[in-house]
Design a protein around this ligand. Sequence first.
Ligand code: FAD
Length: 471
Amino acid sequence: MTNDSKRHQFDLFVIGGGSGGVRAARIAAGHGARVAIAEESRYGGTCVIRGCVPKKFLVYGSRFPDEFHDATGYGWTIGKTSFDWKTLIANKDREISRLEGLYRSNLEKAGVKTLAERATILGPHRVRLASGREITATTLLIATGGRPVMPGTIDGAAEHAIVSDDVFDLAELPRRTLIVGGGYIALEFAGILNGLGSKVTVVFRRKGLLYGFDDELATRLDAALQARGIEIRRERNLRSIARRGDGTRLVTLDEDSATIECDAVLMATGRAPNTSGLGLESIGINIGPLGRIPVDEFSRTEAEDVFAIGDVTDRMNLTPVAIREGHAFADSRYGNRPWIVDHANVPTAVFTTPELGTVGLTEAEAVERHGVVDVFRTEFRPMKSVLAGGEERMVMKLLVDVSTDRLLGAHLLGPDSAEMVQVVATLLRLGATKRQLDETMPLHPSAAEELVTIRTASVRRFRERNTLDIV
Ligand code: FAD
């Protein structure tokens, strides 16, 4: 830190009041720093306002048809059901506003000066607020997050398509929705809208969904989503989107000019860091691909006394990661306790129905890095759906390094996978071995007991031979 803190109005100025920025500001203030934070939209950021939290409410809402269906197998008679989108959105909005208030009041309680306007960087130690006011601070922390990107190559996309932010405020549930993209955000919305009653088609340019996730589970999820009525068109691109007089959209695909008629087109093709117009050039920060800010393990940028955390650095775009990066920054800079965030073995979920939970290496990564890997897999019908007559299978897969017996990754598909994977993440962190899993007493009857009762590997994979050997 430079030695001129008394010359500035604040010790720390945080740009962006999302997951990472809020945590950093609160912890720094707790360590005695004089902190200000600026938020141009709503405190809470992407996760609270237009990401994880409202999405999970919609996911819960979308799963009730399954409950109604299953109930009949348990002797219940369910009367006529109906769904009202406006009620769900209004209830969601009320909770989001409550959380937003909480974020802001917690900052204020911690002694942080909160500002409700955009901030841009003017030069070293200097920011300008949208109102024109200038502020100086010893340290700047950039926590501006990311935003959905609308591809410029599709005619009519900017005018006639929506992005994930917009779904949370739609006036009505679209009768037919075309979703462009094969990543987790695209699929989560596909699951939500399908569950709530929209006819969903997913179009994406790759062969397989969920690039970067375990291939086998992604393929199983693909099949499960199709079985639930979601149409999936792979290796396709959009050429144009037109709006007709009655408000419906006519989408033309690139390759064979096939057309798809729908009521809403959701572009979920990627996100980009929020760095444009931020004034980074005034402090000599050169941005990386898509606009991300390069940082070292302590979240230091190439400019002195300027740090960046969260999605704007495009390291691992998840809320808990942004929060940890903010916390580590604040402890390191103001708490005399330097530490860095370990980005390995971060658990994550895809909140589709069925949901996917994943932690550690994928099968392909495990084999590539560890040479010889045992794949322990099991699949079964979740107990609850037995009486209900459901056909969906739960799939669990554990990857184990043959030379050390250590667990390398876990990939689950089915009910409560996210909840289970959170706990498995601790096992990975502790370096648990397969033997230790075998020694753990199962909890019966549960789905999770399968994690400690898979006795034999279904395949052993070798990097060198590139073969699949059945054990
Ligand atoms: P953000 O939370 O995006 O906060 C950045 C803030 O900075 C914003 O509020 C923005 O308005 C503000 N800002 C930007 N520029 C300025 C400026 N110049 N001046 C003032 N303010 C500015 N993650 C999970 O872990 N689990 C999930 O299930 C999950 N689901 C998601 C679902 C969706 C649909 C989306 C879009 C994201 C999801 N994420 C999820 C990702 C998660 O939301 C982000 O990783 C997280 O919010 C990143 O936090 P952040 O602090 O880096 O940025």
